[in-house]
Design a protein. Sequence first.
Length: 94
Amino acid sequence: MIPQLFWRKQLSESESIYSICSIPNKSEIIASCANEIIFLKVKSGEIYERRRAHQSQIYSIRMSFDGSYFASSSSDGTVVIWRSFNNDGFVTYG
């Protein structure tokens, strides 16, 4: 629980987590927070990157079976497909 408390302190009171997933080797967590995607190291609890590709609240994040890609969907009606190796949103639908 210590890592969770560490990264929770890095978020403001108004930032709620709506969806969360982990990469297959369980070393990183990807979470949606408002209209941002945040990337966390599991062992340290460090938020090491934030990305914004949606105009509205992100409600779902899902990882592909092999961990190569993940998808985020938002109330703005878009779905973004991301590459896991560089956290790059490369295709947007909607």
